[in-house]
Design a binder for this molecule. Sequence first.
Ligand code: FES
Length: 215
Amino acid sequence: MLVFVRAGDRVGLASVRRAVAVGVVSLVDVPEAAEVIVVEISQESDLEELRKLRGSSTQAVIVAHTMRQDQALWQAAERSGADKVVSSGGLSVLLRQLDGRMRSSERRERLIPLCWTAEVAGRLGIIASVQHDLGELMLVKEQGKPVCLVGPCPHAGESLGRALVEDGVITCPAHGSQFLVAGGERVRGPADCGLMELRVVEDGGRYWAVSPPLS
Ligand code: FES
């Protein structure tokens, strides 16, 4: 997680150093490059600085921290644009939590929605087909768990969204290439390779394909 730190008291800076030491935080030199901006607040001029940062950094999470147990100051920091206000001693815990949330949001972005499970309950064959940058994502169910294979057909690009599925094999409607449902392996040409398979997860009433990790 990329963090810009604007000044800070001794306790707050020690908290940030701990987060850096365990790999939760990488420090950046300018607020424009940061996912999280850390600002110490102890006086009115800090609130003014906070307002400026809020105005120029609309995307970053701004964390204000202070050694002062002063409710009015904490509320003023929130009004000035802080997303979170914590005691300086609690900063490192909060940075860990923010990092965990950002990582899980990255994981969510890797899930590609395929269809609602209720819509395809009891159906067999290619039960959903979704166009995506990766290709034609087909959710195939024959026996057991659904699998996701990526079309179109590698021979001449025919869509496999309405292909026949029988005995664990998908047959391309154009020239008859065949692929195993389990794993996408080529069974018969003219296609000279198989289909990529993506992992499928069921969550929140939907089937999702898990896109391969970015390299
Ligand atoms: S396009 Fe599928 S076999 Fe030719």
